[in-house]
Design a protein around this ligand. Structure first.
Ligand code: DHE
Length: 584
């Protein structure tokens, strides 16, 4: 294990560099223009990978429109959806990046746009041309493309959804009891991102039970409240519903809920177990409530509407994280661009009641506190965390995390020696980890405040993890530009958090995996059911060897390395028991 001070020094050097430098004359001068992936946060902007594949018509020509051939338009449109839409919006109305509608782009003019795309800007626009990521021809075509009305990708309503809906094994034809000898509660569903599959891996023997085909660039798995059904969503918005009682487990229903999506969840309230599934889409901007047994789409609700504070219309507010309340029959739905958290009451979907909570723009991911009563979620581009009381159905607090771009995943819960129960988030933009007090009754002075900042490996962290039985907090840094850091994990001892600057141990997970090729990144710790070991993905290139490294939580020593040619680009891992019980 490397000394933590040594790594920390590297981390600070390697963490986000400022785009400006003071020139000799004291004037701020632009440093080497940034490449798109120079900062971890930039590398993490959504890419509308599926939308880019769709053929769109050139919108009705207007006088003064630049000359662009249909093939140039199609190619520019693909590049736009894959590289620009994450910040500037599918309809170019702006999100974290500026709006690029023709009324604005025409004022700027062709040459200005061309230079801007070519050279980038200190404000964060990448230098697509000079970095070599776009050719001169692509830059030229993109500048012309931006002068024309944006094409709207097709809508995806009930008719389109039903066309994609398949029940492969009807509920009456499914087994009435578990037919395999898998210990389902200790099973891990592992995202194999670039092969569009999940691997079902045994938590005890580390054997792969089954590999199941899923959607394109598959993203996350969630489990039904009973633990029987596994729901997996791909970026192409395809959901696979897998029956874990079958031998071997297999997909029993499928549906595509849009063109681009990231989230899926199931009803968890007592009395409503396995009744409904819900999914949120990036395009079209909506969420869909489905039958939990068959995925039959029951209700599609658009999220288009007003931004919470400016009360301006937003045409494409994407649906980010969705969680299921344990206190009410409600789904908690994060709407990114309008900054609203919706509490969607599924007890009567014909007379749907939605509580709309004003929170903050650019809501992304989040999770519950240890009591599962409070939902803490990051508005990451605003550096804030919003706290929702899911019992009362109201906003409890909004606080600054004091770091740059919080990214909690579902966060981590632990009991701090001084402040009692706290929830942790790390940051994409710096090495800090914020510990936020979550116990308003026992520790009222610390509740909903950053009670402590920890300093971990460096920027580019995506996920933190702990477990009620663990004495540790694990912090990854997969998007850190330094290869050694992105292949390591920092571990804090919870009982030492009361010290002034708690030290951490560095686990060289990438090195433990013993992979000779590529530059694998270590991502997302996930505990087994017993909470005595934690699994990390060693995420390499598509054609390179990847692995899963299992660490003993007590000794912090290597327990096992799972390697298999079928483990292509493993990223997220979801232990059935912990995921369905929201233990993290
Ligand atoms: Fe994710 C969760 C969106 C890129 C791995 N990711 C989430 C959630 C959202 C989201 C909204 C919360 C879902 C929920 O709880 O309902 N992710 C996005 C993006 O928009 C983004 C930034 C870019 C994109 O184009 O998709 C993105 N995500 C990634 C990755 O590159 C990661 C690291 C690897 C991969 O497999 O794609 C990745 N995201 C994950 C994981 C979770 C996740 C592992 C679930 C964490 C958990 O513990 O629950």
């Amino acid at each position: 294990m490397t000394s933590f001070r040594e790594l920390r020094r590297f981390a600070l050097l390697a963490s986000v560099t400022l785009p400006m430098a003071i020139a000799a004359n004291g004037v701020l001068a632009q440093d080497k223009p940034k490449e798109h992936a120079d900062t971890p946060a930039a590398a993490y902007e959504p890419s509308m990978t599926t939308l880019g594949q769709i053929n769109v018509e050139i919108p009705g020509r207007k006088p003064g429109d630049p000359v662009i051939t249909p093939s140039e338009f199609q190619a520019a449109n693909k590049v736009y959806f894959e590289r620009c839409a994450g910040c500037h919006g599918v309809l170019r109305k702006g999100a974290t990046g500026k709006p690029l509608t023709p009324d604005l782009t025409r004022e700027l003019g062709f040459e200005h746009l061309r230079d801007y795309i070519n050279y980038g800007s200190p404000g964060g626009m990448p230098n697509w041309g000079t970095s070599g990521q776009m050719t001169d021809e692509q830059v030229d075509a993109m500048a012309r493309y931006l002068l024309i009305e944006p094409p709207a990708p097709p809508e995806f309503g009930m008719a389109e959804m039903r066309e994609t809906w398949k029940v492969l094994v009807a509920p009456e034809d499914r087994p009435t009891k578990k037919m395999n000898d898998i210990d389902i509660d200790n099973l891990f569903s592992v995202t194999l991102r670039d092969s569009g599959q999940v691997a079902l891996i045994d938590g005890e023997s580390y054997e792969i039970h089954n590999i199941i085909e899923t959607g394109y660039a598959v993203h996350i798995s969630r489990i039904s409240a009973s633990g029987r059904y596994l729901y997996v969503i791909g970026r192409d918005a395809l959901i696979n519903m897998i029956d874990l009682w079958m031998d071997p487990p297999q997909t029993v229903a499928q549906i595509k809920v849009g063109a681009e999506a990231r989230s899926v969840e199931t009803s968890k309230m007592k009395g409503w177990e396995d009744k409904y599934a819900v999914a949120g889409a990036y395009w079209p901007p909506h969420y869909v409530i489905m039958d939990g047994d068959t995925l039959e789409p029951k209700k599609i609700v658009s999220t288009r509407g007003m931004v919470y504070d400016t009360q301006e219309y937003h045409p494409e507010p994407r649906v980010a994280a969705i969680l299921a309340s344990h206190y009410r029959p409600e789904f908690i739905v994060n709407v990114k661009e309008t900054g609203k958290i919706l509490l969607v009451d599924y007890s009567d979907i014909k007379n749907l009641k939605v509580t709309e909570i004003e929170a903050e723009r650019f809501l992304h991911d989040g999770g519950f506190d240890s009591t599962k009563r409070y939902f803490l979620t990051a508005a990451n581009a605003r550096g804030k965390v919003a706290v929702i009381d899911t019992k009362e159905g109201s906003l409890t607090a909004i606080l600054e995390t004091e770091g740059e771009t919080p990214h909690p995943g579902r966060g981590a819960n632990l009991v701090h020696p001084d402040f009692g129960p706290v929830w942790a988030t790390s940051h994409l933009g710096d090495e800090t980890v914020a510990l936020i007090g979550t116990d308003p009754e026992g520790h009222p002075d610390s509740a909903w405040k950053v009670v402590q900042q920890l300093y971990a490996l460096g920027g580019g962290s995506l996920f933190v993890k702990s477990h009620p039985k663990s004495g540790h907090l694990y912090v990854d840094a997969p998007l850190n530009p330094d290869a050694e850091i992105s292949a390591s994990v920092a571990v804090f001892k919870i009982n030492e958090l009361g010290q002034e600057e708690p030290e951490y141990t560095v686990l060289p997970i990438g090195e433990w995996a013993g992979i000779a090729e590529g530059q694998p990144r270590v991502v997302q710790g996930e505990f087994n059911q017993d909470g005595d070991e934690i699994w990390f993905s060693v995420w390499n290139g598509r054609d390179q060897e990847s692995a899963i490294v299992v660490v003993d939580d007590k000794t912090l020593e290597l327990r096992h390395v799972i390697k298999d040619p079928r483990l292509i680009t493993p990223t997220g891992k979801f232990n059935v028991f912990n995921t369905r019980q929201d233990i993290y």
